[in-house]
Design a protein around this ligand. Structure first.
Ligand code: NAD
Ligand code: DAU
Length: 353
């Protein structure tokens, strides 16, 4: 079996669902169920003996040791993190705790477990660390896309904490020989995306007739990847990746934020027209994010060349599926827009002009 951390969050839940759709290998899913973790994402697995959910913290060494001893996973796929840049600006402490200390704790527990293995079990063990393109910093308009050898220049508390975790993972391989792999992926989108991030926030606000808050001039560029393509990339790395290697994962889909928002408005105008007029009328430019990175772009040629991975979705197919999913799952959206969510919206948007 495999041990997944953060498997009740956006990408982790998609990964667990995809894993159990394509394999019968059981999953132990360790997640603290912070505001971003949601068991509703895994509702379709209820009663499925291949999915063992454990509510717990990746900083809890005793718990992780117990999970390794009890389940003896052949691999760990580490998603658990604080993941939202805006939240890291308001409160960086949780990011250092979970992303840095949590990854350290997992690495130490995994090292202890791996040292106790022998033969094939030891040789085949993997620790896969899920990281982000944000560790590489911000690109100018004509800079080449990030390759795996790009220097690290993280700019936000979130990306700095992820960079720190990447360095720990690298060191645990270099010093102790722990068989690690790391992926640095671009912006994901798709089902179960928590509506504090750009795409689900814009869909939710549009449907509620609320302003669509575009930071700054809206010309920041992100490289968008449909979430199931990220999941297939991780499966490919787990199956065929080389220990110690880093793989950049991206969709070859660079787009400025304002184009994303316009596309969402056009899709909603088609699929759920509002008698009050086009959703575009709700677009509102607001004060920029402090330290806002201007452009990310991933050069994904290494993973294609070495592991034969390419995204299956284009942006057009992926974004349509995403909007359709949110329209069909309004209850899911309503449930996650709890009191805590409303507090966050107030904190992040009330002070912006
Ligand atoms: P998310 O915020 O939706 O989910 C994070 C999950 O981790 C939640 O279920 C949460 O409960 C859990 N968690 C948080 N702290 C924990 C702790 N201390 N112990 C155990 N569980 C804890 O995040 P996501 O968008 O699904 O991102 C998953 C991973 O992928 C992160 O490591 C993130 O850095 C990385 N990543 C995300 C993107 C993206 O576009 N969302 C892109 C590249 C990489
Ligand atoms: O690049 C990978 C990263 O992508 C991941 O590592 C992070 O975990 C993930 O959250 C995401 O970070 P971003 O900061 O790029 O995502 P977010 O959805 O928060 O913002 C996307 C862009 O949209 C960014 O340029 C900021 C802008 N934005 C965001 C929000 C929430 C707005 O203009 N308005 C908004 O209200």
């Amino acid at each position: 079996m495999i041990l997944v951390t953060g498997g009740a969050g956006f990408i982790g839940a998609n990964f667990v669902l995809d894993w159990l759709r394509t394999s019968d290998e059981p999953v132990v899913n360790l997640d603290a169920l912070t505001y971003a973790g949601n068991l509703e994402n895994l509702a379709s697995l209820q009663g499925d003996p291949r999915h063992i959910f454990v509510q717990g913290d990746i900083c809890d060494r005793a718990l992780i040791d117990r999970l390794f001893a009890e389940h003896r996973p052949r691999a760990i796929v580490h998603f658990a993190a604080e993941s939202h840049v805006d939240r890291s600006i308001h409160g960086p402490g949780d990011f250092v705790r979970t992303n840095v200390n949590g990854t350290f704790t997992l690495l130490e527990a995994a090292r202890g477990h791996w040292m106790s293995l022998e033969g094939e079990a030891k040789g085949g063990f993997r620790f896969h660390h899920v990281s982000t393109d944000e560790v590489y910093g911000s690109l100018g308009p004509n800079d080449p896309a990030f390759t795996e050898t790009k220097t690290y220049e993280p700019n936000s508390p979130y990306s700095a904490s992820k960079a720190a975790s990447d360095h720990l993972v690298r060191a645990w391989h270099h010093t102790y020989g722990l068989p690690v792999t790391t992926s640095n992926c671009s912006n994901n989108y798709g089902p179960y995306h928590f509506p504090e991030k750009l795409i689900p926030l814009m869909i939710a606000n549009a449907l509620a007739g609320k302003p669509l808050p575009v930071y700054g001039d809206g010309m920041q560029i992100r490289d968008w990847l449909f979430v199931t393509d990220h999941c297939s990339a991780i499966r490919a790395i787990l199956a065929k990746g080389t220990p110690g290697e880093v793989y950049n994962v991206g969709g070859w889909n660079e787009k400025p934020n304002i184009e994303i928002v316009n596309t969402l408005c056009a899709l909603l105008d088609e699929l759920k027209p509002d008698p009050a007029g086009s959703y575009r009328r709700l677009i509102t430019y607001v004060t920029d994010r402090p330290g806002h990175d201007r452009r990310y772009a991933i050069d994904a040629r290494k993973i294609e060349r070495e592991l034969g991975w390419r995204p299956a979705e284009t942006f057009d197919t992926g974004i349509r599926k995403t909007v359709e999913w949110y329209l069909a799952n309004q209850n899911w959206v309503a449930h996650v827009q709890s009191g805590a969510y409303r507090d966050w919206v107030e904190k992040n948007y009330a002070g912006r002009e």
